[in-house]
Design a binder for this molecule. Structure first.
Ligand code: SF4
Length: 317
């Protein structure tokens, strides 16, 4: 599978050329809302997970093809990008060849380590996660590796903030009944004050969550979060689901690549196909996808999503 994709429209990063430096699904957390399903097993060690030379060659080729259409180059994994031991080198080399700023989307758990803070400090923007202000809630929502704890997570983000000159945008995913109540939000607000990010982006689950029971918050809870989490908070716009299929590979292979990084609703997938194919072509591509054992359908609250068969979701009721 290729490691570079896009540029794709991103909620906050315009036209983003994505770099995926980890194999699916490699993560040190197992979030209940993860669109890539459950993490089995959890990884904690940093390793050279994919060849750096291959990734850089792909970035160079992509920039040659579409340099003017890229607003950001973004490291965003089929899992947690800081688990790649050579992430710092990749950031620096991509910066040397790109005309666009470099962002890293990460859960931020390894920012508790000085070497990871040093590596990410080279980026222009870092978008770490923080979903809880108390340990029990962190464990309930993010289900981290047993060796990872909220206090070191928050302290790592705060230490990174003190030395990072770029943009630090903390992402908070709100899950109904978990972190959208008054007490949970006050705890989050307190942790955010310690970190002092440039912005706080509120997100709601809009993709198939690993756990079937995960629900987005109600409108009143969003208002409460916007009130409690401080002046820097803003609601992240929903994803467009707008994807481009590669033309260099057969359409089903291209679809598999897209849904491995970003599961799509059936409607989004049909719309993506219809941009290039006739109605008969769309029907033929969907038939092939249904017959392909690399893809699966995940049903959540009456909606059908297409995802990689490599991911493990709790069954729908
Ligand atoms: S949402 Fe991100 S941090 Fe959480 S399990 Fe998925 S990939 Fe890991």
């Amino acid at each position: 599978m290729r490691h570079v994709f896009g540029p794709v429209p991103s909620r906050r990063l315009g036209r983003s050329l994505g770099i995926d430096p980890v194999p699916p699904k490699t993560c040190n957390w197992n979030c209940v809302y993860c669109q890539l399903g459950r993490t089995t097993p959890l990884s904690r060690e940093r390793r050279s997970l994919v060849p750096v030379g291959t990734v850089l060659d792909e970035v160079e080729a992509a920039l040659h093809r579409c340099r003017d259409a890229v607003d950001w180059v973004t490291f965003v994994g089929s899992g947690e990008p800081t688990l790649h031991a050579d992430l710092g080198r990749m950031i620096r080399e991509v910066q040397a060849m790109a005309v666009a700023p470099v962002a890293v989307i990460t859960n931020g758990a390894l920012l508790s380590r000085e070497d990871v803070r040093n590596e990410l400090a080279a980026a222009d923007a870092v978008l770490p996660s923080l979903d809880a202000g108390i340990e029990s809630l962190h464990r309930a929502i993010n289900r981290p590796h047993p060796g990872l704890h909220l206090e070191s997570h928050v302290e790592g983000l705060a230490a990174f903030r003190r030395r990072f000159p770029g943009q630090l945008w903390v992402e908070v995913m709100l899950v109904r009944g978990m972190n959208d109540g008054e007490t949970a939000l006050q705890g989050l607000a307190s942790a955010l004050r310690r970190i002092d990010p440039d912005e706080v982006h509120l997100l709601v689950p809009s993709r198939p969550p690993a756990e079937e029971w995960v629900r987005p918050p109600e409108a009143g809870s969003l208002d409460r979060a916007l009130r409690i989490l401080g002046a820097k908070v803003r609601l992240a716009p929903p994803g467009t689901g707008d994807v481009e299929l590669g033309r260099e590979v057969p359409v089903v292979d291209s679809l598999i690549e897209v849904i491995t990084r970003h599961p799509l609703s059936e409607t989004e997938l049909q719309d993506a196909l219809a941009r290039d194919l006739s109605p008969q072509g769309v029907a033929r591509a969907l038939r092939r996808l249904r017959a392909d054992d690399r893809a699966q359908v995940v049903e959540r609250r009456g909606r059908r999503f297409w995802s990689s068969a490599a991911y493990r979701y709790a069954p729908s009721r």
